[in-house]
Ligand binder design. Structure first.
Ligand code: NAD
Length: 498
């Protein structure tokens, strides 16, 4: 059977690449090749940047309210096609339909926030900084900007970037993950249908070469990257050397601290959902549970509840955990589990070797719980990115805060307690950018921003929220002096009649 090669989107049109260098997009439940992604040629990439640059010169002149009207149509189309986009995500990424719908919905919320762009883009002014003199700032678009996306949120993450870049008056070039390209393509096509002009939003396919091109091309003024820490650091170095703005959201190691006074049921449901949902492939997945004092007695109930999670095809009714993205990823996760056990950890629940009827070739692994974990074990040192929960025990809240703060990553953290004083102390002292109190996955809505910290981020500006408007715009400050001259008293002055 012929497998479709995805087109590029150049100047508002689908264009077949001439490249013979193709990457298979593989269904993680079956290993069936769903489609292929071309590695764009140098000429194709140059053409995309050229058309984007030309289109942006006109787009920046379009009044912000008019740009926002296109955004309203874009939001409507996304809502209309949400189910279709989610189905593609289930096929290419493997996550459950419920998760896939959440993926699209979180992205649409960013578009909705952009409907306030005229207000978001407002500058500042101070009158009378000296006699007859005022100062004000305005925000202007940068020009052409690029976005490099990961596999785990095929819709949400392109939408963390694209609407803000377009709404502020830039042209945007998306490089979707080569593992899950179709949702990003559908979103870009809907943006074009909504009325974003030709060339204003494009798709450039490929892997490392395409990402390197975006980071090095002088006409691309800013790069948004979301992905692994290793790649993020390389992207950051390339972009800063090329003198461009860059924001990189990278890897994570998220802890949930459980106090003895926690609502046990809430803690169990919240933490297991955050550890195993989307097969643990969320950057906000809880991967370490830190029991404080007698909370360690909750462990058997965590294990019992985890056994109820159903592993299966993302589209199957009742599935809680779909496959992980690739065979390589599955192998890596299994090796991390084994190496941790070899280093002395206890395997309370082993998800390796799980069988899903009808999907013998799928990259499936069931919920796994490892206790007695130390900081030197692979399951603690690495971002596992699979349905694996490590368990650590400490004596006090103080010790738990110290333990979490010693970790290099700063994406998310949660505390489960009924004590307001403990919660207050935790949020005051914890060195992690996004904190949940009795909330396992504390993702800020788009009117805030993605405020991760430490090793999970490089760059000054955060994704979405006001910070992202700042990322995609350049401020200009004007200092103006206007002296008043009474024109009535001037000889030969123009006569104004009412
Ligand atoms: P990845 O780093 O492998 O890939 C991300 C993007 O970079 C893809 O588009 C890929 O084509 C490109 N890329 C891959 N290798 C490259 C290279 N050597 N040079 C240049 N570009 C390259 O990440 P992934 O596996 O797709 O995504 C999972 C990772 O993303 C996890 O570490 C996860 O924590 C992280 N993530 C972070 C956040 C966050 O907000 N912090 C959100 C989602 C995912």
């Amino acid at each position: 059977m012929d497998v479709k090669v995805l087109p590029l989107i150049i100047n508002g049109e689908e264009v077949s690449s001439v490249s013979s260098d193709l990457i298979d997009v593989v269904d993680p439940s079956t290993q069936q090749v769903l489609c292929r992604v071309p590695c764009s040629t140098r000429e194709e990439m140059e053409l995309i940047v050229h058309s984007a640059s030309e289109a942006q010169k006109k787009w920046r002149e379009v009044p912000v309210q008019q740009r926002t009207r296109v955004m309203i149509k874009f939001q409507t189309l996304l809502v209309e096609h949400k189910d279709r986009i989610a189905d593609v995500i289930v096929r290419e990424n493997g996550k459950t339909k419920v998760d896939a719908l959440g993926d699209v919905t979180r992205g649409i919320e960013v578009v909705e926030h952009c409907l306030g762009m005229p207000t978001l883009m407002m500058g500042e002014a101070v009158e009378q900084i000296s006699r007859d003199m005022d100062t004000f700032t305005i925000r202007q678009p940068l020009g052409v900007v690029g976005g490099i996306a990961p596999f785990n949120f095929p819709a949400m993450i392109p939408l963390w970037m694209m609407p803000i870049a377009l709404g502020t008056g830039n042209a945007f070039i998306l490089k979707p993950s080569e593992k899950v390209p179709s949702a990003g393509m559908m979103i870009v096509k809907l943006a074009i249908e909504a009325g974003f002009p030709k060339g204003i939003v494009s798709v450039l396919h490929g892997g490392k070469d395409a990402a390197d091109f975006i980071c090095n091309h002088p006409a691309i003024r800013a790069v948004s990257f979301v992905g692994s820490s290793l790649v993020g650091r390389a992207i950051y170095d390339m972009c800063t050397k090329a003198g461009k703005r860059v924001q990189c959201n990278m890897g994570a190691k998220n802890h949930a601290v459980v106090m003895p006074d926690a609502n046990k049921e809430q803690a169990i449901n919240g933490i297991l959902g955050a550890a195993f949902g989307a097969a643990g492939q969320r950057c906000m997945a809880i991967s370490v549970c830190v029991f404080v004092g007698s909370a360690s007695s909750f462990l058997p109930e965590f294990v019992a509840k985890a056994k109820e999670y159903r592993v299966g095809h993302g589209a199957a009714e009742g599935t809680d955990i779909g496959p992980v993205i690739s065979q390589a990823s599955l192998k890596r996760i299994e090796q991390i589990i084994q190496a941790s056990v070899d280093a002395g950890a206890t395997l309370d629940l082993d998800g390796r070797g799980v069988k899903v009827e009808g999907f013998d070739k799928g990259n499936f692994i069931g919920p796994t719980i490892i206790s007695g974990v130390t900081t030197s074990m692979p399951c603690y040192k690495e971002e596992v990115f699979g349905p694996v929960l490590s368990v650590v025990c400490v004596d006090s809240l103080e010790a738990a805060i110290h333990f979490v703060n010693a970790n290099d990553m700063g994406n998310g953290v949660a505390l489960f307690t009924q004590n307001g004083g403990a919660a207050r102390k935790f949020q005051h002292e914890i060195e992690v950018g996004q904190i949940g109190i009795n909330v396992p996955v504390p993702v800020p809505l788009p009117f805030f921003c993605w405020s991760s910290s430490k090793g999970s981020i490089l760059g000054e500006h955060h994704f979405y929220g006001k910070s992202s408007v700042h990322f995609y715009t350049q401020i200009k400050t004007s200092v103006c002096r206007w002296e008043f001259k009474d024109i009535q008293s001037d000889a030969g002055a123009m006569h104004f009649s009412g």
